[in-house]
Design a protein around this ligand. Structure first.
Ligand code: NAD
Ligand code: 13P
Length: 341
């Protein structure tokens, strides 16, 4: 039977980890070609060298995952269209804000038999309403698109076709990265997306030195809002999904150790005087925050639907990010009982 060929679209922090995981499996499994292509958004390093050349010479993403060998079967390619030409398994893992442009460039450029999976946390908001990134991919490119989300070690993969699900599980599973399939695609993707907004709130609490009890209270309210929002948007979303790795576990790990938390802490410590754009550039060195733009996207949905008062935490996070409220508002406002129409 023909072998599967994998391309990873994205090469940031998580994209590089995904490449390493996948490449360690394709080299062992007969049903996959050994080589894994990784599309790199090209940039010139301070040394004057291109990032792609350095990755291919050293087998390391020196900018986004320094110190880790990716596997000699990972080949970096700065040409997006070329990188997907031969692949029938496409792994999307870029910051969510770039996906609309990437999809536009890929229309008509991928193989007819391609399957996709999204590791991307975020959504697009259009006039017609919110559009999850996996939906954007499947609609624009005409492919089936699964999602993989979760907290570091025990991850979930979510999809609806059992045979294809098993192929993806095979591709990602290692003794230190466990993957289990599940059907609630919307629930899983919304968990991954919305927890980034809660992580911003948790970071504000840290920056204001409010202590663990307050932080736990904010995380609890955040989880409730994640669940209510997801179920209002998609009645198919299951309660159980919020207890999976992609739900409460990813929320905890992000609120304790993530980049959104870290930048929000600095934002609150500075009393909101330094913008998130400035803090992101200085503290993340090219890595990208998803929580601030997701808070804006969620706010737009809430406003459009007339649901603002039902989601005091989500609403307040956005108001703080844009400077309409001070960081301390996170406790004053989020703990107001939500008002239902
Ligand atoms: P990152 O934030 O580490 O890196 C940013 C990436 O964006 C770099 O590869 C950079 O080259 C690229 N980039 C910059 N400008 C671009 C442009 N104009 N067009 C296209 N690409 C551009 O990336 P990441 O951590 O790999 O995150 C990718 C996705 O994975 C996000 O949706 C994130 O939420 C999700 N995710 C991240 C983690 C994590 O721990 N890092 C975990 C799970 C999921
Ligand atoms: P941070 O981006 O906050 O580090 O969280 C990791 C992650 O899961 C991204 O969505």
């Amino acid at each position: 039977p023909p072998k599967f060929k994998v391309t990873i679209i994205g090469s940031g922090n998580w994209g590089s980890v995904a490449a390493k995981l996948i490449a360690s499996n394709t080299i062992k499994l007969n049903s996959f070609h050994d080589e894994v292509k990784m599309w790199v958004f090209e940039e010139t390093l301070p040394s004057g060298e291109k990032l792609t050349d350095v990755i291919n010479r050293t087998n390391e993403n020196v900018k986004y995952l320094p110190g880790i060998k990716l596997g000699s079967n990972v080949v970096a390619d700065p040409d997006l269209e070329n990188s997907v030409r031969d692949a029938n398994m496409l792994v999307f893992v870029t910051p969510h804000q770039f996906m609309e442009g990437i999809c536009k460039r890929l229309v008509g450029k991928i193989r007819n038999d391609a399957q996709a999976i999204s590791l991307i946390k975020g959504m697009e908001v259009k006039k017609e309403g919110p559009c999850m990134i996996s939906t954007l991919i499947s609609q624009q490119l005409g492919v089936n698109c699964c999602v993989l989300m979760g907290a570091n070690i025990a991850n979930e993969e979510y999809r609806d076709n059992k045979e294809i699900a098993e192929k993806w599980v095979q591709l990602f599973s290692t003794p230190y990265f466990m993957v289990s399939p599940c059907q609630d695609v919307e629930g899983v993707e919304l968990c991954g997306t919305l927890k980034n907004v809660v992580a911003i709130a948790a970071g504000f609490v840290d920056g204001l030195d409010m202590g663990n009890n307050t932080k736990a209270a904010i995380m609890r309210i955040g989880l409730k809002e994640m669940k209510s929002f997801s179920k209002l948007l998609f009645s198919s979303v299951k309660d159980n999904t919020f207890f999976e790795s992609c739900g409460v576990a990813d929320l905890i790990t992000t609120c304790l150790g993530g980049r959104n938390r870290k930048c929000a802490e600095a934002f609150a410590k500075n009393g909101g005087k330094r913008s998130f754009d400035e803090l992101e550039a200085e503290m993340l060195q090219g890595q990208k925050l998803q929580g601030v733009s997701t808070a804006k996207e969620v706010f737009e949905v809430l406003k459009y639907k007339g649901w603002l008062e039902m989601f005091p935490l989500f609403t307040t996070v956005h108001e703080i990010c844009v400077g309409r409220l001070p960081p301390s508002a996170i406790v004053e406002y989020s703990e107001h009982a939500p008002k239902f129409p």
